[in-house]
Design a protein around this ligand. Sequence first.
Ligand code: PEP
Length: 258
Amino acid sequence: PAGRTPLMAGNWKMNLDHLQATHLVQKLDWTLRDAKHDYEAVEVAVLAPFTDLRSVQTLIEGDRLRLAHGAQDLSVHDAGAYTGEVSGAFLAKLGCTYVVVGHSERREYHGEDDATVNAKVKAAYRHGLTPILCVGEGLDVRKADGHVAHVLAQLDAALEGVTAEQVRSIVVAYEPVWAIGTGEVATPADAQEVCAAIRTRLAELYSGDTADGIRILYGGSVKAANVAAIMAESDVDGALVGGASIVVEEFASICRYR
Ligand code: PEP
């Protein structure tokens, strides 16, 4: 929409064994190529577990696949005594374009607060990675009609100290927590309301031109059957897809929504 290239990003979460992961990448590419998918018109990315990234990179670079790839999280630190952490530097070496930051599952199960999310956004930029910054409200907030304020507060906090130059490449994903993995998708109007509010806030924080260039995705139970209606909304520039992204035909159909 409005000159922005739509992005369909598949968040595999902690699913698939290594063989399934490498098969999925190859089969997704074959399926899209067979369908003569125009990757310039709709960008496609896979967001794999850390342990699959080297193989995904090898497949993509070795076979010159048009898919982009990325990770689902990164450390706030660049190197050092942080056992078990994975730095942005490592992800950059693995050819990652994207890294998910602030997914609701990390906020909820791993105690990531807004300050951590902000530090991770900055860590991504230090290593030339594009953050896919996730924001979204829980059901209680939605019921109390506080969803727009909640999402904008998350956005403000995540972008604290992020420069106008850096923010140009960011991808923001609006993911209402009540719609993630529940089968309950937001209506297109619900998605548009919040995505438009995010764009307006980006214009206030930076500039109208900057905001117009930033891709804002919707995420939450996106499937082939509902993606076109959501993508018809003017401020929705793609989808962050969980469950449906590990079923090749389904994800390929999502990528080919139009
Ligand atoms: C997600 O985890 O980002 C997501 C949107 O999941 P699902 O599509 O399964 O709701």
